[in-house]
Design a protein around this ligand. Structure first.
Ligand SMILES: Cc1cc2nc3c(=O)[nH]c(=O)nc-3n(C[C@H](O)[C@H](O)[C@H](O)COP(=O)(O)OP(=O)(O)OC[C@H]3O[C@@H](n4cnc5c(N)ncnc54)[C@H](O)[C@@H]3O)c2cc1C
Length: 378
């Protein structure tokens, strides 16, 4: 079969991939296609929230009205017991952009994919990247996919890696990451009785082995997550309901608020989060966006905002390259590096505030970490 050829092939139809596609399309580059390994959007979601300022990015992609009508839960701010036993409050009341959002992630991903389709951009599902070959300069890459009906080949002048934490394309072309930390998140969604969790604030609290967060999500459900060290998770068997519930019961704020409520506990989702960034998030004929470019600590709830913003900035650089033969890749790489440094500095500040458990492996490890990071091949 003759390979399909595109100006831009976007690998991964998550938030970063779809945002890049929509931004490229808006800039007049429409010879593009998205390829995703999965048959549909992921269903094992972790209860993400979006900050109020995301409205600006969604407006830029002409998505704001669609998003508002999509049934996500308003998030009015956050409260946290961090660095001490009592809750402190930070609400969005004075934010000019309004409230934030606790999103229904599969619904959000479906909205993005529907919009991509409505703008005439092809999306090939069940296409997992299986091989990459660099073509002569200016001709881009030949991509090999393992698809439902066998192998498929596509050629693209520019490739966008939006494959999430794996960074499948960046790894294929040998682009290493710098890892700053490795956390594990043990997340569950619980079904609640009406009114059992009235707060529309995200609640975060520290415990000896890490920190917990709770956020109301659409459908009268609550997302609960415990962030800890992989070694602690193994030792305390936190990936099993018994160990996880024991840790929840030891919290000062979240557990007691749920004490009188039967928890319809769904399956535990275990996600490793390597806080990391690509040494170089782009190269000749390719750009990484979203988690494929840099993975932030979920503490700041920044990942999705970053994924959308990366998509918009990547589209500007790709447009300059394909339409004007202008190389803006250094600007793009500098922006990713600066955002990562800002994130790491803020993260370090927050982890250093917590000194209630001087013997705790989790907190002493985070305090003594060499924040220069270590280079890893993927
Ligand atoms: C516990 C936890 C809590 C979080 N909380 C928040 C929060 O509150 N707010 C927030 O903004 N962010 C949060 N994040 C971060 C956020 O989830 C990520 O930053 C975001 O999902 C990244 O989007 P993405 O599009 O880059 O990648 P993904 O959403 O991972 O999408 C990648 C896509 O690529 C496809 N793919 C993968 N491999 C291949 C391949 N080889 N070939 C083709 N396709 C492929 C996948 O099928 C998928 O569709 C959290 C993360 C975790 C783990």
């Amino acid at each position: 079969m003759k390979p399909e050829a595109f100006d831009v092939a976007i690998l991964g139809a998550g938030v970063a991939g779809c945002a890049t596609a929509l931004a490229l399309h808006a800039a007049g580059i429409d010879d593009i296609a998205l390829f995703d390994a999965g048959a549909s959007v992921r269903s094992d979601w972790v209860g993400e929230s979006l900050p109020p300022d995301v409205s600006g990015l969604l407006k830029a992609l002409d998505l704001w009205d669609l998003f508002q009508a999509d049934g996500h839960e308003p998030c009015l701010g956050s409260c946290a017991a961090w660095g001490g036993p009592d809750l402190g409050y930070n609400d969005f009341l004075s934010n000019m952009s309004g409230c934030g959002w606790h999103i229904h992630r599969p619904r959000f991903d479906r909205l993005l994919r529907r919009t991509v389709a409505a703008r005439g951009i092809p999306l090939r599902t069940c296409h997992r990247l299986a091989g990459v070959e660099a073509l002569a300069l200016e001709e881009g890459f030949q991509l090999r996919f393992s698809a439902e009906n066998g192998e498929r080949i596509a050629i693209a002048r520019h490739v966008v890696d939006a494959t999430g934490p794996r960074g499948a394309f960046a790894r294929s072309v040998g682009s290493p990451s710098v890892r700053y930390d490795l956390l594990v998140f043990l997340t569950a969604t619980v079904a609640l009785a009406d009114g059992a969790w009235p707060s529309r604030l995200t609640m975060t609290e520290t415990v000896e082995d890490g920190w917990w967060y709770a956020a109301a999500i659409p459908g009268n459900r609550l997302s609960l997550a415990f962030a800890t060290d992989p070694k602690i998770s193994r030792k305390r068997r936190l990936d099993r309901p018994g160990g996880w519930l024991k840790s929840l019961a030891a919290t000062r704020h979240i557990g007691p608020r749920l004490a009188d409520t039967p928890l319809g506990l769904g399956p535990l989702v275990v996600r490793a989060v390597p806080v990391s960034a690509r040494e170089r998030p782009c190269g000749a004929g390719w750009t990484a966006v979203g988690d494929a470019a840099a993975i932030f600590d979920p503490l700041g709830s920044e990942g999705l905002y970053k994924a959308i913003e990366d998509g918009i900035r990547a589209a500007e650089a790709i447009h300059a390259s394909l339409r004007h033969h202008e190389d803006r890749s250094d600007d793009y790489a500098r922006r990713i590096a600066a955002n990562t440094q800002d994130h790491l500095a803020l993260r370090q500040h927050f982890y250093a505030l917590e000194r209630q458990w001087p013997e705790s492996l989790f907190w002493t490890n985070r305090l003594s970490k060499d924040w220069g990071g270590s280079r890893v091949a993927n």
